[in-house]
Design a protein around this ligand. Structure first.
Ligand code: G1P
Length: 287
């Protein structure tokens, strides 16, 4: 079984749900507490043993590239002023040489299309996908839980979690078939179903492990929900050809692509930080 070495992070989206906040900078750089969303997502991937990050970018996303590089003037100034802790924090997001790649999605044709743009960089090996709007609270992180399971069972895997029935229309939703602890086999999956058509309330939350055969399927996947090329449609096809699991992972996801989700994430990740916990809780109570 080939190990999971690479993750694809699609960052070409406009972030329309959080406008106007993201009018002039990438939504992936929205901060939660003191670091951008993308920082959490990359950290989660490295925890899972990922060695290489493939960003699928679009126009106006160059700041993401800069975030993961040295900021020489800033670092020199921090060093001169003896601000060692801040300096270390700033440097913690610098990648090793050759550890990241960038490819472009020139038009917003859908998540499936974005992933397909990474085909040549991924090549013929299984890989992970992490959606950058979603950050996960949980130890170990969601992707690590998935990779640990994948190393036992192989195949393809998506992380799922239960959502209120009336919210299924926002997500990809799976049809579970059998369950072994947190691991489920599926009979199908559907992108953004109407509540009455949803096969369950287990939503696809934004972490995937897929075999490279997905790329050939994506190449012939037509437009689906919302007029976009959907990853879920190609995965539904792959499910009929290969082993495919859903993992009801331990932890909670925060959709920071929505205003409410982002505000809640700041509270949740804020109270996880010992230096802010007591004050934040007291303030929330007072409010
Ligand atoms: C995407 C996926 C969907 C998944 C969701 C999780 O949708 O297509 O299957 O449930 O992310 O956030 P989007 O939110 O990009 O419309």
């Amino acid at each position: 079984m080939k190990p999971i070495r690479k993750v694809v992070i699609p960052v070409a989206g406009h972030g329309t749900r959080v406008l106007p906040a993201t009018k002039a900078f990438p939504k992936e750089l929205l901060p939660v507490v003191d670091r951008p969303l993308i920082h959490y997502v990359v950290e989660e991937a490295f925890e899972a043993g990922i060695e290489h990050v493939v960003f699928v970018t679009g126009r106006n996303k160059a700041a993401i590239e800069d975030y993961f590089d040295h900021a020489f003037e800033l670092e020199t100034s921090l060093k001169e002023k003896g601000k060692v802790e801040i300096l270390e924090d700033v440097q913690s997001s610098v990648f090793q040489p050759g550890q990241m790649s960038f490819t472009r999605q020139q038009a917003p044709a859908g998540l499936g299309h974005a992933i397909w743009c990474a085909r040549d960089i991924i090549g013929d090996e299984p890989f992970a996908i992490s959606l950058p709007d979603v950050i996960v609270r949980g130890a170990p992180g969601c992707l690590k839980q998935m990779v640990d399971q994948y190393n036992q069972v192989g195949g393809n895997m998506i992380a799922v979690e239960e959502v209120p029935r009336e919210e299924v229309h926002k997500y990809g939703v799976i049809a579970p078939k059998s369950t072994d602890g947190r691991l489920m086999e599926m009979s199908g999956m559907v992108e953004k179903p109407a509540v009455e058509d949803a096969p369950s309330n287990f939503s696809i939350m934004g972490r995937y492990i897929l075999q490279p055969e997905i790329f050939a399927l994506l190449a012939k996947t037509g437009k689906g929900a919302g007029g976009e090329i959907q990853l879920t449609d190609a995965m539904a096809e792959l499910l009929s050809q290969q082993q495919f699991f859903a993992l009801n992972y331990e932890g909670e996801s925060h959709d920071c692509g929505s205003k409410l989700g982002w505000m809640k994430a700041n509270l949740a990740f804020g109270v996880d930080r010992p230096e802010f916990a007591a004050d934040l809780k007291a303030f929330a109570k007072e409010l």
